[in-house]
Design a protein around this ligand. Sequence first.
Ligand SMILES: Cc1cc2nc3c(=O)[nH]c(=O)nc-3n(C[C@H](O)[C@H](O)[C@H](O)COP(=O)(O)O)c2cc1C
Length: 366
Amino acid sequence: MPNCLYATATATSNTLPSLSAQTTESTSHPLLQPLMIGSLQISNRLSVAPMAGVTDNPFRRLCKSFGAGHAVSEMMTADATLYAHKKTLFRANFAGEIAPISAQIAGADADKLAQAAKYQVDNGAQIIDINMGCPAKKVCRKLAGSALLKDEDLVKRLLDATVAAVDVPVTLKTRLGYANGDENILRIATMAQEAGIAAIAIHGRTREDNYGGLARYELIRAVKQTVTIPVIANGDIDSPQKALDVYAQTGCDAIMIGRAAQGQPWLFRDITHYLTTGDTLSPPSIDELKHIVLTHLQALYDFYGEYSGCRIARKHIAWYTAGIRQSNEFRQAMYCEGSTAGQYQVVEAFLSAQQADDNGSNRATH
Ligand SMILES: Cc1cc2nc3c(=O)[nH]c(=O)nc-3n(C[C@H](O)[C@H](O)[C@H](O)COP(=O)(O)O)c2cc1C
């Protein structure tokens, strides 16, 4: 098993152009220190949360170029009959990815989950992540994702089978529990450690919470005080200050960021800078934003091709341009573009027009 730090994966067909934004700052804060997940060393403790439809290959690479040490793939079904589906093939494509490659699998059948783990390791995964956090009805109806938390015996069988199936670290991504008042994360985390799980990422909400209310960090802290495996805190971290706050509240080993990275993958650079200097970086200038967006678009087009590339890029463009003057009109026009060339052109034109009067004040801070 490779034990490498930021090494490039074997296949390199979809190389994201390197961004000048790559961080070079020193790493003194504990969250900037390397983290061991099993025998694998992660360069720092800033992680990109798995997000279906968002954290695809180009986005993970982009976040890593801004300093994220770890990024988890979109969830992939353990149902082998779907391996050849176009969507699964894209999700299982790790070409050009910066190590370590972490593949998330979801399922409720121990044998199938174990097979899926093996399949992803053969496919290049260096970490297998089990999804027990997804609240989506489609996933929970099959008693997968967060619905699994209702059946602790089944959780144990799934963890045991997956850990036994592969010789790479297996991590668990989960929530506080299924229902409020019945948060079983302490038992789940203890069970995970006993099963040989190498790290546990916890979203500080239950399935019942869905995304409502605020993430609760006390139970993440309780888990940290109970187990010895790395605990990764997740939920509502949307700024460098919040990252530090969650670290202080939970005593976690690492933090994981999901939604706040949408449209601002440079958040990992901001956090690195803040933890290093105590200063808050200004949002990227329009000039830099344009470079980031166009680089990301090109990577999406290269990865997905003409049809899907254009469609998948739309939500990223919308996130990037949120809050910029006259961006509503721009987005309406952008959605009408059906080709990658047309889309690229309207984005470039819009951002170039913004450059003329950019004094830093028309950038959204999200
Ligand atoms: C669009 C979207 C897709 C998600 N997909 C997954 C997924 O595939 N697997 C998973 O474990 N969690 C998934 N999540 C949950 C996130 O990983 C994360 O736990 C959650 O968003 C809370 O973190 P945040 O407040 O930083 O966004 C998803 C979340 C969002 C918003």
